[in-house]
Design a protein around this ligand. Structure first.
Ligand code: PGA
Length: 249
């Protein structure tokens, strides 16, 4: 189903298995199967099986990271293939915490995204500039380097499973949401990199999205939804975001 809007939770390293299962079960009970709003949750790896069984098929369950090879001498890695076997449908690739705390380069992230797209899974490919890069006028160059390898190397079929999340690093977990004009400029720039005649993949915004700012962000025509960290951790705030998405879908 083509969705008009995407609401994806990144639970990072929060919750025990039981807490994650309870939250997704509560949340799944209000998600409407027939709506145009795609709802996804990425819990920690070990919570995925329980979240899948509690999701009532209304919430897509994905991973925050994965390796694209089916198997190999890769100590500590989890194969996207195994996640797919479990029933996970998407993987977040290149989140800024992976890039900045775990040293993931553009090359590594591109291999990850391209390899996982090849498996037929959906990928939420995260991009965004640091505050210093923005200050130096490098935002577009940074975005180009993070996105162009994907747009130019993935096949048309694979690109149907791609979702881009524009997340300025300085807005993630800081409470400092980007200005509407900054979000719109970045989204328009990403669309300008897209050269194919088919519609550009959905571009979400991420970075301190909350129920009190989501409506105005969703009003930006180029924004197709959000990748949400902090505000996805309680039933109250995530369900409020979902209601806003439903009203504006
Ligand atoms: P935040 O996180 O909503 O807490 O800023 C967003 C993210 O990390 O994707």
């Amino acid at each position: 189903m083509a969705c008009s809007s995407y609401l994806i939770a990144n639970w990072k390293m929060h919750f025990s298995i039981e807490e994650a299962r309870a939250l997704i079960e509560n949340f799944g009970s209000i998600v409407r199967k027939d709506s145009q709003v795609y709802v996804g949750v990425a819990p920690t790896m070990l919570c995925i099986p329980d979240c899948l069984s509690a999701s009532r098929d209304r919430v897509q369950v994905g991973a925050q990271n994965a390796h694209w090879q089916k198997s190999g001498a890769l100590t500590g890695e989890v194969s996207a293939h195994t996640l797919q076997e479990l029933g996970a449908t998407f993987v977040i690739c290149g989140h800024s915490e992976r890039r900045h705390q775990f040293g993931e380069s553009n090359e590594l992230v591109a291999s990850r995204t391209l390899g996982i797209l090849e498996l037929g899974m959906q990928v939420v490919h995260c991009v965004g500039e640091t505050i210093d890069e923005r200050g130096a006028g490098l935002t577009n160059q940074v975005l180009f380097e993070q996105i162009d390898p994907i747009f130019s190397k993935a096949t048309a079929d694979q690109l149907k499973n791609l979702i881009i999340a524009y997340e300025p690093v300085w807005a993630i977990g800081t409470g400092r949401v980007a200005e509407i004009s900054e979000i719109q400029e970045a989204h328009c720039y990403i669309q300008s990199i897209w050269r194919s005649g088919s519609p550009c993949p959905p571009i979400l915004y991420g970075g301190s999205v909350k129920p009190d700012n989501y409506s105005s962000i969703l009003e930006i025509p180029e924004v197709r939804g959000a990748l949400v960290g902090g505000a996805s951790l309680t039933y109250e705030s995530f369900s409020a975001l979902y209601q806003i998405a439903l009203e504006q879908a």
